[in-house]
Ligand binder design. Structure first.
Ligand code: BG6
Length: 505
């Protein structure tokens, strides 16, 4: 299907700090390439990578070239890099400056960039967050920014409330809030945005979207990958910081928020903030009761034997396998949250996420209440209550589980019958990666899908007591076999309430 009204962006300079890093290579450059391939980048747009690598521009272009050939076909089909002229046009946009932002002289970068004039200047901070403040201050001192410059911040934005505030203060001492784009790439996912359209462009759901009609909500982000060579970073973080505090809470916000006055930056973010502020605090005894931590041990994923988290950690620290490292970091979390407001009082939101689980699948399940009374008296089975399943990945789509009559004579037998909307089958086209969408939003100056400072801090305000309580009570992660659905305690967490996880992927 053709892209409708695909706007061409004005000329821009996109300066990527951490330009040879994992994120830049695996996500940002392929995303920019694919937008360029679709004709969305302005003619004079440049991408200026900054790193300590010492690469010259030819070396950098080669590096990106081979990365594009690896990644772009996975995103956009086998012919993604077949048109040599298109690839060359993109590579010609790339520049590289070697710079140690902590020590060096920034004049080479400043000279290359020159005056911004009417070009949009974007600083993309894809480096370690400890450098964010330094990069902002250095950019100001080097005179490469002004009040029109936009700055994009990658996660992790802090490891608790105080560190998040410190980063926000440092960046905020140079840039105004309107200039700051904090990425949560889950907000760039097609189905996540579709949640907004589903809720607010259909009249069907809103009257049912409340504690009167909804029994509970489940949000699952299940990954089959392990932590691999990110173990060292991951070990200082864990699943609550890495996934729940940001991605899962953002999904929760989009499910739970009130209809915004407008779909714009302030409208949407004001409503999300109110949800975060309404989250019932989880602390002390609540944490022991309502959260489960897990850590994977060895097991089978898709028929392949995989090592435990502890082994991966030891390997990534030592370079070679050795005695297992001990770690209390969780690679799985399940928890029961509540949004304590008028719409949602008493409706549990069950959240779970983990690495090395048996399936790679993310979805939001909205479970409606059962019918108040069944008139099908001759029917001795129970029929399930309606369930709306929003599938984020893979196989994006929406499925509404209804009950229908089994066709044919012989009485009325209600049977489950899903209404199924598969985006791939219905709309045909590939869905762009989240970064493609979000990068274009930065260039067009649309902050709706980025996180405002107060949102990040409200999310930490809720998450931090959970972390503190785990430390205080010594609540250690429970082992779960790689390839499973997580620790048995996570099943018990929801079954205790007479409910069960939706496992029908
Ligand atoms: C990142 C986390 O933010 O999101 C990773 O740091 C995780 O640990 C990733 O694997 C998941 O993103 P996606 O888009 O693959 O679901």
């Amino acid at each position: 299907m053709p892209h409708h009204h695909l706007p061409v962006m004005g000329p821009a300079d996109i300066v990527v700090f951490g330009g040879t890093g994992d994120l830049a290579m695996r996500k940002l450059l392929p995303a920019l390439y694919l937008r360029d391939r679709d004709g969305q980048l302005g003619t004079d747009t440049r991408v200026v990578a900054v790193s300590r690598s010492g690469l010259d521009v030819a070396g950098y272009r080669d590096k990106v070239d081979s990365e594009l050939r690896r990644t772009a076909p996975r995103w956009a089909g086998p012919d993604a890099c077949d048109d040599g002229a298109v690839v060359d046009r993109f590579l010609a946009r790339l520049h590289h400056v070697t710079l140690d932002v902590a020590d060096d002289d920034w004049s080479q970068l400043a000279e290359l960039l020159g005056p911004a004039d009417d070009r949009t200047r974007v600083l993309y901070l894809a480096s370690a967050p400890q450098l964010f403040g330094r990069i902002c201050v250095g950019s100001a001192e080097a005179g490469i920014i002004d009040e029109r410059t936009r700055v994009v911040l990658e996660k992790p934005l802090g490891h608790d409330l105080a560190s998040a505030q410190a980063i926000n203060d440092e960046v905020g001492s140079v840039f105004a809030e309107e200039q700051i784009y904090r990425i949560d790439h889950y907000l760039g996912k097609e189905t996540v945005q579709n949640l907004l359209v589903l809720r607010f462009a259909n009249s069907l759901f809103e009257p049912l979207w409340n504690a009167g009609q909804i029994d509970h909500v489940q949000i699952t982000v299940s990954e089959s990958i392990g932590v691999g060579n990110r173990a060292d970073y991951y070990d200082g973080s864990g699943a609550l910081r890495d996934m729940v505090q940001n991605h899962l809470l953002q999904l929760l916000c989009l499910v739970a928020m009130e209809p915004p006055a407008r779909i714009d930056g302030e409208g949407v973010r004001n409503e999300k903030l109110k949800v975060l502020q309404s989250l019932a605090p989880l602390d002390g005894a609540d944490v022991v009761r309502d959260t489960v931590r897990g850590q994977y041990v060895e097991g089978l994923v898709d028929g392949t034997a995989v090592p435990s988290y502890a082994t991966e950690l030891a390997e990534s620290r030592a370079g070679t396998p050795r005695e297992r490292d001990h770690s209390d970091t969780e690679t799985f979390v399940a928890l029961r949250a509540e949004v304590a407001n008028w719409r949602w009082a008493g409706v549990p939101f069950y959240l779970r996420t983990g690495k090395r689980l048996g399936t790679h699948a993310s979805e939001i399940v909205v479970q409606f209440k059962p019918v108040p009374h069944s008139i099908f008296s001759g029917f001795d089975g129970e029929f399930p209550a309606n369930r709306l399943v929003i599938r984020l990945q893979p196989d994006e789509g929406v499925r509404l589980h209804l009950t229908a009559k089994e066709p044919g004579p012989g009485g009325i037998r209600p049977i489950p019958a899903p209404l199924d909307l598969s985006f791939a089958r219905t709309f045909g086209d590939r869905l762009p990666d989240a970064y493609e969408r979000l990068l274009m939003d930065v260039l067009r100056g649309n902050p709706t899908l980025f996180m405002r400072r107060d949102e990040i801090e409200a999310a930490w305000t809720w998450a931090e007591p959970v972390l503190r309580s785990w430390e205080r009570t010594g609540q250690r992660p429970r082992p779960y076999a790689a390839g499973s659905t997580g620790p048995a305690a996570a099943t018990a967490l929801i079954e205790r309430d007479g409910r069960s996880w939706h496992e029908d992927y």
